[in-house]
Design a protein around this ligand. Structure first.
Ligand code: SF4
Ligand code: SF4
Length: 370
């Protein structure tokens, strides 16, 4: 069984971990976006693994992708074309942002990882037909997996996976909440790595490791109040534990986030009802990202409410270059935060962080302003 340090180590080299899993006979399904119904993949006895792309040179993929695609998508295609993802037995593309949709077509034509599925989820989540459509998409995806891997997925299989995912997400949420009350009990960089590990490692071993950490954190006395500024990170994917360390050196601490590698991924699935309906319903209840629509103010309202609930003093928009959906949402969310008197700053990054000195200066200036 892995402990937290092992999980953090795995998050630094997920490909090496995937190769070990593969050599033990597990089939691995890669995906790029938290709208992928992992529970269905897990219920089929497969291992779902979120892919984060290389942080190196992405020019090989630039020949295939439009210039507006983000570095996450370019990095993933580069890794696949270089053979670094040869452990995959399949890849799944939820219908979300343009970059992921474009990657899907190009991936299908230029790579060969066995199973391939587009999961075409509804975009507008408030129409009368959206729920029924979502349920049918889940059923179709389940059928595609069953046919390709030659194994039926029963309701009991789905029920067990749902319970496991609920346990994992509820433990992660508890860690977030304990950190929000006393940020010094667990470094933000380690929570960021842990979140990445939680979509990388064998889910069956996660609850035990997380329970160990929760007990350890519960036993720690919260340190007395300090002058550390309480911050929130908002954006898409964060695969940069270092950013937390730099923020902490600048006098702040990320006490909450709205990231799809963070709290947006934590909601529970209702147990005891039809499992496919329950999985579909979670996508209506979880906080949305800009690839889904509920109302023009839904994201701003949610982020502002979360900032207030967690005593956030400043918000950092972590904006991945060329991520159009998040750039379109930014002005409305900023306005909503301004109305609530929560200052914010925009930090544009690529797959790699800007030079540390530059980042430190910008963050220190923002934090001193708060
Ligand atoms: S921000 Fe939304 S569309 Fe982008 S990767 Fe995350 S969940 Fe998917
Ligand atoms: S939402 Fe943004 S960061 Fe995520 S895949 Fe799409 S363009 Fe890239």
């Amino acid at each position: 069984m892995e402990n937290i340090n092992d999980l953090i180590e795995i998050s630094r080299n997920p490909i090496a971990y995937a190769r070990t899993m593969k050599s033990s006979g597990r089939k691995i399904i890669g995906y790029f976006c938290s709208y992928m119904p992992e529970e269905i993949v897990h219920a089929a006895g497969l291992h779902p693994m979120r892919l984060f792309g290389t942080k190196g040179d992405t020019s090989p993929a630039d020949r295939h992708l439009q210039s507006y695609c983000c570095s996450l998508v370019r990095g993933a295609l580069t890794e696949s074309m270089a053979g670094d993802l040869d452990f995959l037995d399949g890849t799944v593309f939820p219908h979300t942002c343009d970059s992921i949709q474009r990657l899907s077509d190009i991936w299908r034509m230029n790579t060969d990882h066995g199973f391939f599925a587009d999961v075409v989820l509804p975009v507008k989540l408030t129409t009368p037909s959206a729920r029924q459509y979502m349920i049918e998409v889940m059923a179709r995806f389940k059928g595609d997996i069953e046919r390709h891997f030659g194994r039926p997925i029963t309701d009991d299989d789905l029920g067990r996976s749902i319970s496991l995912y609920n346990r994992i997400r509820s433990l992660l949420k508890e860690i977030y909440e304990m950190r929000s009350k006393a940020p010094s009990i667990f470094p933000g960089s380690e929570l960021c790595s842990l979140m990445k590990a939680s979509v990388t490692v064998d889910r069956n071993i996660l609850p035990e490791a997380l329970e160990g950490l929760v007990s350890e954190l519960r036993a720690k006395a919260p340190s007395p109040g300090s002058n550390v500024k309480r911050l929130m990170l908002v954006g898409s994917v964060c695969d940069h534990p270092d950013i937390h360390s730099i923020i902490e050196r600048s006098g702040g601490s990320v006490v909450w986030d709205d990231l799809c590698t963070g709290t947006r991924h934590l909601g529970a699935i209702e147990e005891g009802k039809d499992p496919l309906i329950a999985i579909a319903d979670r996508y209506f209840e979880r906080p949305i990202c800009p690839a889904k629509h509920k109302s023009p103010t839904a994201r701003g309202d949610h982020i502002t409410a979360q900032a207030k609930e967690h005593g956030v003093e400043g918000v950092i928009f972590l904006y991945l270059k060329f991520c159009d959906p998040h750039s379109f949402d930014y002005p409305c969310i900023k306005e909503s935060l301004e109305k609530a008197h929560v200052p914010s700053m925009l930090l544009e990054i690529e797959d790699r962080l800007p030079p540390e000195g530059q980042l430190l200066t910008r963050l220190e200036t923002f934090i001193q302003m708060l």
